[in-house]
Design a protein around this ligand. Structure first.
Ligand code: TRP
Length: 456
């Protein structure tokens, strides 16, 4: 981890608050912000989706993020062990173990489809160079979504190998130093592209669609469920990841404050990406790209970004050779800082619960992930969206909910208060800590369940 230091116990910790925020925000900011958020927003009424998403981040995502980080910091190990440490009751310990296991499985399945999408970004980053060299066939292979099996296999493998090398080499130091430099660059590029886009025909229509919600769509059950799933996905919740990162956090830091920073950064990047991609869709439509079918539904939503962005880059003339690869490259880096957190979750779990050591665990998990990615690639039309939906819209919120229930109901109140008191001497007066456990027990579970049951 970034700038770690050994404590007396020998456990490495983040040397600075910034280290934790960078790692956790690095996990949160990824393809979810720039690929799935705008896509969901575009297919769910724009403004209505944005509204529900922001609401869920605030009402559910943030309190759950605090729960995961606090449990992780208290447990100081993998998600299962950390959850088991909240109770002495044998049955509850079993449940805790199961919840931890399901969270690392969630991370595992997410990585298997994440690698495919990230692979597309790598391929698109290379394409401008093959086009420059006149290798038309290669360019077509890199960017076409027809018969793209071989491309998908090759690039998801490349992405997984990169993730593997970073986690295995323990060079998180390196990637985090890079991401510290590159993430602000991505942010700046998003901003610059958005400003540029505003001058193109069609942009204001998109802006209006994104920022002005249609009230009746807000109560649409599909909009609500997809906004719920997206808010959990974007904050990397329910997958053990934030518990793993919380374990590196020093007792003295205030979890609620750090969690605000992580959630705010993540939400800001998603908002900004929407500000770019939604108007870009309308600009592309103006240029004759078919994005909506006759019924007004998005065509091929999973590749929307890849049909809309190249059109935008094309309007830049010679600059596109510079901007396009830079954008896709920065996206790849953002995806890597997320994927290392996904791999880290099952990898932290295995050595504590099986005979495997860390090195073997990293190899096994990467290999198994690739096998699942292959299954998804070869059954793309039937499985890809299904797996993504099941994992992000059901498994993730439910696992996260189980974690919230452990914090609220199971974690012995005195212990919980001690954990909290460690960082905050005036905790008893603090409104947040007084209300938060109750909120986790009595507000979060019904809210998640209502959205879910309502969606059937
Ligand atoms: N939050 C990341 C994104 O928006 C993806 C991610 C990283 C994730 N780790 C996760 C999603 C764990 C769910 C669970 O791209």
């Amino acid at each position: 981890m970034l700038e770690t230091k050994e404590k007396n116990s020998g456990k490495t910790q983040f040397a600075s608050k910034l280290g934790f925020v960078m790692a956790a925000a690095g996990s949160a900011v990824g393809l979810g912000n720039i690929w799935s958020f705008p896509t969901f927003a575009a297919s769910n009424g724009g403004g209505a989706f944005l509204f529900c998403y922001l609401l869920f981040v605030f009402l559910l995502g943030y309190p759950m993020l605090v729960a995961e980080i606090t449990i992780g910091r208290h447990g100081q190990k993998d998600p299962s062990t950390a959850l088991m440490k909240t109770t002495n009751n044998l049955i509850l310990k079993k449940l805790a173990h199961f919840t931890g296991l399901s969270s690392v499985l969630v991370a595992f399945f997410i990585l298997s489809f994440y690698a495919i999408i990230a692979g597309w970004f790598i391929a698109f980053a290379i394409e401008p160079f093959t086009t420059l060299l006149g290798l038309t066939d290669v360019s077509l292979w890199l960017t076409s979504f027809e018969n793209s099996l071989s491309r998908d296999v090759v690039f998801s493998l490349i992405f997984l190998v990169l993730t593997f090398l970073i986690v295995q080499g323990g060079v998180e130091d390196g990637i985090e130093k890079w991401s510290k430099k590159l993430m602000p660059l991505l942010f700046g590029l998003l901003l610059a592209l958005t400003v540029y886009l505003m001058f193109l025909p069609g942009a204001t229509e998109g802006l209006h669609y994104y920022l002005v919600p249609e009230v009746e769509k807000i109560f649409d059950k599909k909009v609500l469920l997809e906004a719920l799933g997206q808010s959990f996905f974007s904050l990397s919740l329910g997958a053990g990841v934030m518990m793993v990162y919380g374990a590196y956090l020093n007792d003295k830091e205030s979890v609620p404050k750090l969690a605000v920073q992580v959630a705010a950064l993540d939400t800001l990047v998603a908002f900004l990406a929407g500000l770019l991609i939604l108007p870009a869709i309308f600009v592309a439509k103006e240029k004759g790209v078919e994005v909506f079918d006759a019924a007004g539904t998005l065509i091929d939503s999973d590749r929307l970004v890849f049909s809309v962005l190249p059109k935008l880059f094309q309007t830049m003339g010679g600059f596109s050779f510079l901007i396009a690869p830079l954008f896709y490259l920065l996206m790849t880096v953002a995806a890597l800082t997320s994927s290392i957190s996904m791999l880290e979750a099952p990898v932290s779990f295995l050595p504590n619960h099986t005979k495997l050591n860390r090195g073997q665990s990293i190899r096994l998990v990467t290999f198994a992930t690739f096998l699942v990615s292959l299954v998804l690639i070869f059954n793309f039309s039937s499985l890809f969206n299904l797996v993504m939906k099941l994992v992000t819209q059901y498994a993730q919120p439910l696992t996260s909910l189980a974690v919230a229930l452990f914090v609220g109901f199971v974690w012995k109140k005195t212990k919980l208060l001690k954990e909290i008191a460690a960082e905050n001497e005036n905790f008893e007066e603090s409104f947040f800590w007084k209300t938060w456990p109750w909120y986790l027990m009595f507000v979060c579970p019904p809210l998640v369940l209502i959205v879910m049951v309502n969606s059937f």
